[in-house]
Design a protein around this ligand. Structure first.
Ligand code: ADP
Ligand code: MG
Length: 360
């Protein structure tokens, strides 16, 4: 590609050339009646082969938009304003945003597959599962029915479904949990190096959620694909993740290893999310949620987009938006007060006060 040089992110381990996917300065907007919805604002990250990056954040923070942007499956009213997506495989770098329609279609299943939350709408209602799987493979490379049958049987068995029964079913004949497992199997038909899973278990009951998380872990172990696991559920993300990125109002506000994010969060928003998770022992008395609501993405406030809800917020936060900066090995945060967050991480959320003269 022409513009092969991608800035290294100091908090990401290894050399940038080892990353499977490098995303830089992504900005995505929707055209709405009231104006431009700034859904993704300057997102940077790398995914290395086999890694699991979990993307967490409240509803409306831009997670789905980012996922769709990566595979260029955005609706017509959405525009990628700026940014770079570099995909690397076998030593070859490709610029995803410069791909033509054919190349993108190939990229979408074969290199980077996506599993959505709404399982039923992802299927063609009038095709049996066997035919959907056959069509999917056939759209990407020459194949035979028996080849696809073999791959499909093997994948369906791995997601603990009965292949014969499922292959002859129509989508509506399967339960929600079964459909979600079929979708996961379908996403892996072409053995892609990356799979994006957008809230893959949100519509399911807790037991089924667990099963699917266990299956994903086993599949990832066997097949070694990298995963971007999108969720608003921290406990699910924690079970799979190597790294976690917290998203707020269209930006990654903290990036770290799973342990850093859960035990040493340095962005007040991540801290708030973690304090809002009921612990097994703590029960619901311990449940505090972050007061207030996310900002209007059409008419964004100045400064840090979290400052209005933030117990650490100062005048500087209201004025200038902090960059995501490197704060330790594999750890980055977009907060002027991250060191204070460290000092007050044991204080209950509603008793946190900014340090005096905290307006550094
Ligand atoms: P998340 O997946 O984190 O819940 P989304 O990416 O779905 O967030 O949404 C990010 C923002 O973009 C939200 O404010 C949402 O209302 C807005 N948005 C999503 N889809 C559209 C659309 N088609 N048109 C206009 N705004 C949209
Ligand atoms: Mg979403």
């Amino acid at each position: 590609m022409d513009d092969a040089v991608v800035r290294k992110l100091p908090w990401c381990r290894g050399r940038v050339e080892e990353a499977l996917l490098s995303v830089r300065n992504m900005h995505i907007e929707y055209q709405a009646e009231r104006g431009q919805v700034k859904a993704v604002r300057g997102v940077d990250f790398d995914i290395v082969p086999g890694e699991n990056l979990s993307l967490i954040g409240e509803s409306g923070s831009g997670k789905t938009t980012l996922g769709l942007g990566l595979i260029r499956l955005l609706v017509k009213t959405a525009t990628i304003r700026q940014g770079q997506i570099v995909y690397r495989r076998d030593g070859v770098e490709r610029d995803v945003l410069a791909m033509d329609e054919d190349e993108v279609r190939h990229f979408r299943w074969q290199e980077c597959a996506m599993v959505f939350q709404s399982a039923l709408s992802a299927f063609n209602p009038v095709l049996r599962i066997r035919d959907q799987m056959h069509e999917t493979v056939k759209a990407h490379r020459p194949t035979t029915r028996s080849e696809v049958d073999n791959i499909a049987r093997s994948l369906l068995t791995r997601v603990q479904l009965e292949p014969d029964r499922v292959l002859r079913s129509y989508p509506h004949e399967l339960s929600g949990g079964m459909r979600q497992r079929v979708l996961i199997a379908m996403s892996l038909l072409l053995n892609p190096p990356i799979v994006i899973l957008d809230e893959p278990t949100t519509a399911l009951d807790i037991l089924t959620q667990r099963t699917i998380i266990d299956l994903l872990r086993a599949l990832q172990n066997d097949m070694q694909f990298a995963m971007m696991f999108i969720s608003h559920d921290l406990s699910l993300a924690a079970e799979l993740a190597d790294h976690v990125a917290t998203m707020y109002a269209g930006r990654i506000v903290e990036y770290g290893t799973v342990n850093q994010i859960f035990y040493e969060p340095r962005h007040p928003y991540t801290l708030g999310l973690i304090k809002a998770v009921p612990t097994v022992t703590g029960g619901f008395e311990d449940l505090t949620s972050i007061a207030g609501t996310p900002p209007d993405l059409i008419d964004l406030p100045t400064g840090c987009k979290f400052h209005i809800r933030c117990p650490f917020g100062t005048e500087k936060c209201a004025r200038e938006e902090p960059d995501l900066i490197h704060i330790g090995p594999e750890h980055a945060a977009a907060c002027y007060h991250w060191e204070e967050v460290e000092r007050q991480s044991d204080v209950p959320w509603d008793e946190i006060r900014p340090a005096r003269g905290g307006d550094a």
